[in-house]
Design a protein around this ligand. Structure first.
Ligand code: ADE
Length: 242
């Protein structure tokens, strides 16, 4: 998969060199390139923002550097890329969206700062890109970079070969509408707390049933909204024998 990230703080994306994403890049599974928006300016001060028409607080990102950066990336693209612009006013990011994006061959991320990017940039980009404004949640970050770190990680880990143990993707929170069951490892007793005995029983049917019950309880407690959503899975759908 090809990924391009445009930002005025390219160093913010340095964590994408680490851990499994870094390894996937080194293994050639991800072709991820970070670009400095200021390289697409032509004035001495490398200006990327200006005051808003109509007045109001803060600054707005100028259209010209964005237009030039996005045109250049579209010109170099083999297919029509998806342009993702993180912002609190976007469609909520979800595991379902991560799965959709993992099927794409080229994602371009535009990291806005200040009060946002001149609206004409979106209109212009729609000629060459499928444009999606995406929100991490109902809170405000200082810019799109942190959101890009989260979105890239959620998408990249779904690509074949990025996660060593693909089975670990199957029973994760949000893959089937329920949260994950609690997990334990050795030692069996720690700080006066014991591992639930069912997990030591060796009875795989009982363990699967206990885990499913834990998932339902957890989801009811922490995310009751998920249980009323149509995708809440039954043990049959999960192929768990109870
Ligand atoms: N940029 C600023 N706030 C954001 C949010 N909540 N999600 C994604 N990008 C953002």
């Amino acid at each position: 998969m090809r990924l391009d990230v445009v930002s005025i703080f390219p160093d913010y994306l340095a964590p994408l060199d680490l851990s499994l994403i870094g390894k996937a890049r080194r293994d050639g599974l991800l072709d991820l390139r970070v670009h400095d928006l200021r390289d697409f300016t032509h004035d001495r001060h490398r200006t990327v923002d200006d005051t808003p028409y109509g007045g109001g607080a803060g600054m707005v990102m100028k259209p010209e550097p964005w237009g030039e950066a996005l045109d250049q990336l579209a010109n170099a693209a083999d297919s029509r890329p998806v342009l993702i612009v993180p912002g609190p006013g976007g469609t909520p990011f979800s595991q379902a969206m991560a799965r959709e994006l993992a099927d794409e061959s080229h994602l371009v991320f535009a990291c806005g700062r200040y009060e946002g990017i001149d609206e004409r940039v979106y209109e212009h980009a729609r000629k060459r890109y499928d444009v999606r404004v995406v929100s991490l949640g109902d809170y405000v970050l200082n810019g799109g970079e942190v959101a890009v770190l989260a979105i890239v990680e959620a998408v990249a880990r779904l690509l074949p070969g990025v996660i060593g143990n693909a089975a670990s993707l199957v029973e994760e929170s949000h893959e089937d509408g329920l949260l994950e069951y609690p997990v334990y490892t050795k030692p069996e007793h720690w700080q006066g707390l014991s591992v639930p005995t069912v997990l030591l029983s060796g009875d795989h049917g009982k363990i699967a049933a206990w885990r499913h019950e834990q998932r339902l309880q957890r989801t009811a407690e922490r995310r009751p909204d998920l249980l009323s959503a149509p995708a809440a899975a039954s043990p049959e759908q999960l192929q768990i024998s109870v």
